[in-house]
Design a protein around this ligand. Structure first.
Ligand code: AMP
Length: 363
């Protein structure tokens, strides 16, 4: 059997592109399904240009690939089930279904993986909000379709209830207690169906609910860092994980609380391309192919800064002044406001001195 595979990636954005680059280094061929023929992956792979829910296009992709994967979780799981052959999607569609719906996700995390999540309840209408104890704060989140803070309402007083009731009556939701966290952190873990390998703990700083800066290692105690990694491994093992998964968590003074999982490489793991001996994309490809996984070492403390549409010029200036910073641009044709256009990774022991693009100017 040839060790060179044809890998089909659903989604040709920056995550798909960086997966494809890792796959190509390893000698594999990549075909991408994306609605846009000029998507970032088109620079490095063949593209089937069709909507994600086009079952004929999914079948065409499945027919010409040995292995399939996806770069984002909102893929049509039923459509995939209809076209994939046995074992062709090592990540499986169950993981997709779990991460597409916060109700399934919370149930999986708290009852199956048995990790700590914020106390929550399922909300099917505003009636479920009638008796909440307003001495506590909450976040109401729609079960499906939310991202980067969309479909969410923070409840800190009775005045917030009007909007919260409207959200609760528009869609199924989960109501979570608000966590007074010190830091937001995440852990990347990859599996090959048998074993897992785990990356260092990342500290994440968001602006307007969009990741702006990642600092590695996260500035938490070794004890909490070990706990965060153990939680990520526990979740991966419960899933018999194939490929890369990101576990997003909150760190308090003495605890780690899981917020959500993303069943794919994640923006907070981009630093691993230069700062680790294998990247989250390398281990994703190795994992979905069932290959042995390396232990991960961080070369040096690192910082990653996202470049949004409004930051492109500032980032270009930055790298001319800091030539040891690694610039990644994803090849997106239009620099829209808040669109992720690229990122920069640099090594630094003084993360507070690494200033986010646009800080104080344009967030
Ligand atoms: P999410 O879409 O679940 O990732 O939430 C987006 C952001 O909202 C997170 O990155 C946190 O900053 C904040 N957030 C979400 N859930 C909670 C919570 N239960 N307590 C406090 N902050 C939260």
């Amino acid at each position: 059997m040839s060790s060179t595979k044809t890998i089909g990636i659903i989604g040709g954005g920056q995550l798909g592109q960086m997966m494809a680059i890792s796959a190509i280094y390893m000698g594999h061929k990549v075909i991408t399904l994306d609605p846009a023929s000029d998507c970032p992956s088109s620079r490095v792979s063949e593209v089937i240009a069709a909507p994600y829910d086009d079952v004929d296009a999914l079948r065409q992709l499945a027919d010409c690939c040995d292995v399939l994967t996806y770069e984002f979780e909102n893929v049509d799981a039923d459509g995939l089930d209809a076209v994939i052959k046995d074992g062709q999607l090592p990540q499986g569609t169950e993981l997709l279904r779990i991460s597409q719906n916060r109700i399934f996700e919370k149930d999986f995390l708290s009852n199956k993986a048995q990790v700590t999540v914020a106390p929550y309840k399922v909300v099917t209408s505003s009636l479920d909000l009638e008796d909440i104890d307003l001495s506590k704060n909450y976040v109401l989140k729609t079960a499906t379709g939310g991202y980067d803070g969309h479909g969410q309402k923070v409840i800190t007083s009775a005045e917030d209830l009007e909007e919260a009731n409207a959200l609760a009556n528009s869609a199924e939701c989960v109501l979570e207690e608000f966590v007074n966290f010190d830091l937001e952190i995440s852990v990347i873990v990859s599996g090959n169906g048998k074993d897992v390998t785990v990356f260092p703990v990342q500290e994440n700083i968001h602006r307007n609910n969009i990741l702006s800066k990642t600092i590695v290692p996260a500035r938490i105690s070794d004890r909490l860092a070990d706990r965060a990694k153990a939680i990520a491994v526990k979740i991966a093992e419960q899933l018999n994980l194939s490929g890369t998964l990101c576990v997003e968590m909150f760190a308090t003074a003495d605890d780690i609380i899981v917020n959500e999982i993303a069943p794919r490489p994640h923006n907070s793991g981009h630093y691993s391309i230069e700062a680790c001996d294998f990247s989250q994309f390398d281990t994703h490809i190795l994992g979905i192919l069932g290959a042995p996984l390396p232990a991960i070492n961080l070369h040096e403390p690192a910082v990653m800064l996202n470049i949004l549409g409004q930051h492109v010029e500032a980032a270009e200036r930055y790298v001319t002044e800091n030539p040891s910073a690694h610039l990644h641009m994803y090849g997106k044709l239009e620099a829209k406001h808040n669109r992720k256009m690229g990122h920069v990774t640099l090594f630094s022991n003084e993360p507070d001195n690494v200033v986010e693009f646009g800080k104080g100017i344009d967030f």
